[in-house]
Design a protein around this ligand. Structure first.
Ligand code: MG
Length: 381
C-alpha cells in the first residue's frame, strides 16, 4: 500500500536513511525540511520531487527559493515556515529527524496536524515530554519512536500489559570510551570521540554517545513514551548493539528485539506499523555474532546517566536545561573550545545554578529556561 511521507531534518543522517526507506518502499514524499544546507536540500528536492520544502535559516531559504525557481516546489522559511508547511502537508506520516531543540515546535506542529509522528528527535520529549505526550493524547496522534532502543521497547511491549512491566532494559553501546576512568577521559581527543564502535551517526549524537548523555536523553524519552518512572528503567551496556533493548515482565520473562544495527529498520517499522513489511535491512546471523555481552554502566566516570535521572525527578524545565547546556557544550567541544571532560563540568554547573527551573512547566517557561541555560553555559566555557 502506498503512502505519502514528510521528512523533517531530511539532510541529516537519519533523514537520509528515512529517504532510502521511502524509496525502497515506493512511497511518495510531499515535504522535505532542513536547517541551513540549501544545496543539499535542493538536490534532495530535485530527486524526490516533494510539493514543498522548508529551511529553518531564512537566508538559506531565500537562496533555495531562487535555485528551485524552475520548479513548482513551494519553499517555506524559518521555524514558523516549517510548522506551516507541516500543517499544509497532506502526508499520513511525518518523520521528525531534526537535531536538537529545533525539533520541538515541528513535533507539536505534526501532532496538531493529526499525522502519525515517527519520532527520531528525542529532544522534543526531553525538553517538553509532558506537553508533547498530552497534546498527542488530546489529538489522538500516534507517536512511533524511531530511536533504535525505543523502537525495540515499543515492539517488546506488544507481549504484555503496562501493569505487567517489571522494568525496561535500555541497552547502550557504551561508546568509544567504554572501560575508561575519569582521568583517562580527560586525555581523549575529538578524533577519538567521533570514532563510534557500532553506529554511523551525526557528530552531535556521536559525542553524546561517548559522554553517555545520549543514554540519559533516551532514559527520559522512555519515561515519557512509555509512561514509566525512571526507577523502572535499567541501563545495560551491550557492546555489540544487537539487542536493541528489552522489557522484563513481572513473571521475569525478558522480551527484546534483536537485529543488525541499522536505523532504517526503525524508520520502516514506524512508517508501516502495525504491519511488518519486506526487509530493507540485512538479516542478522546470530551464529556469526557468536556471543553477546552485558555490563553495568560506570556512572562515576560517565556522570550524565545519574544527572538525567535527577533531571527527570526534579522535573519542570530541568531536562530542558540539561539538554540546552549539552547542545552548547558539545558545539564548543566540536570546535575545540572545550575538552571532553569540560562537557561534564559546564553541563553540571549550568544544571546546579538553574535548579529553580524545576518549577518551570509551561511551554513558554521551558523555552525561556532553555535560553537562559544556553547563555549561562556559554559563559562557563
Ligand atoms: Mg538510540
Amino acid at each position: 500500500m502506498s503512502k505519502t511521507v514528510s521528512i523533517l531534518g531530511a539532510t541529516g543522517s537519519v533523514g537520509r536513511q528515512a529517504l532510502d526507506v521511502v524509496s525502497r518502499r515506493g512511497y511518495r514524499v510531499d515535504l522535505l525540511t532542513a536547517g541551513s544546507d540549501a544545496r543539499a536540500l535542493e538536490n534532495l528536492a530535485r530527486e524526490y520531487k516533494p510539493k514543498a520544502v522548508a529551511l529553518a535559516e531564512e537566508k538559506a531559504a531565500r537562496d533555495l527559493a531562487l535555485s528551485l525557481g524552475d520548479t513548482d516546489i513551494k519553499v517555506f522559511s524559518g521555524e514558523e515556515g516549517i510548522c506551516e508547511a507541516v500543517a499544509l502537508s497532506e502526508s499520513e506520516v511525518a518523520v521528525n529527524a531534526i537535531l536538537g531543540k529545533a525539533g520541538l515546535m515541528p513535533t507539536l506542529a505534526v501532532i496538531d496536524s493529526g499525522k502519525r509522528l515517527a519520532l527520531s528527535n528525542k529532544e522534543s520529549l526531553v525538553i517538553a515530554g509532558d506537553i508533547v505526550m498530552s497534546r498527542a493524547r488530546e489529538k489522538g496522534v500516534e507517536i512511533i519512536p524511531v530511536d533504535s532502543e525505543h523502537s525495540a521497547i515499543f515492539q517488546s511491549l506488544k507481549s504484555g500489559r503496562h501493569s505487567e512491566i517489571k522494568r525496561i532494559i535500555l541497552t547502550a553501546s557504551g561508546g568509544p570510551f567504554f572501560g575508561k576512568s575519569r582521568s583517562e577521559l580527560s586525555r581523549v581527543t575529538l578524533a577519538d570521540t567521533l570514532n563510534h564502535p557500532t553506529w554511523k551517526m551525526g557528530k552531535k549524537i556521536t559525542v553524546d554517545s561517548a559522554t553517555l548523555m545520549n543514554k540519559g536523553f533516551e532514559l527520559i524519552e522512555a519515561c515519557h513514551l512509555f509512561s514509566l518512572p525512571e526507577v523502572k528503567i535499567t541501563v545495560s551496556v551491550h557492546r555489540e548493539s544487537i539487542l536493541h533493548s528489552a522489557v522484563e515482565y513481572i513473571d521475569n520473562a525478558i522480551i527484546g528485539e534483536f537485529s543488525v544495527p541499522d536505523m532504517r529498520m526503525c524508520v520502516q517499522y514506524a512508517l508501516d506499523y502495525p504491519n511488518r513489511t519486506e526487509a530493507v535491512a540485512e538479516p542478522l546471523d546470530l551464529t556469526r555474532i557468536g556471543s553477546l555481552t552485558f555490563f553495568e554502566p560506570d556512572c562515576e566516570a560517565f556522570p550524565f546517566l545519574p544527572l538525567a535521572r535527577r533531571a527527570i525527578r526534579e522535573g519542570g524545565a530541568m531536562p530542558a536545561v540539561m539538554n540546552a547546556a549539552d547542545e552548547v557544550a558539545v558545539a564548543a567541544f566540536l570546535t575545540s573550545r572545550l575538552d571532553f571532560t569540560g562537557i561534564y563540568r559546564v553541563v553540571e554547573e549550568t544544571f546546579e545554578k538553574l535548579l529553580d527551573r524545576r518549577n518551570s512547566s509551561s511551554l513558554e517557561d521551558i523555552i525561556d529556561a532553555d535560553r537562559e541555560a544556553r547563555l549561562l553555559c556559554e559563559s562557563l566555557i
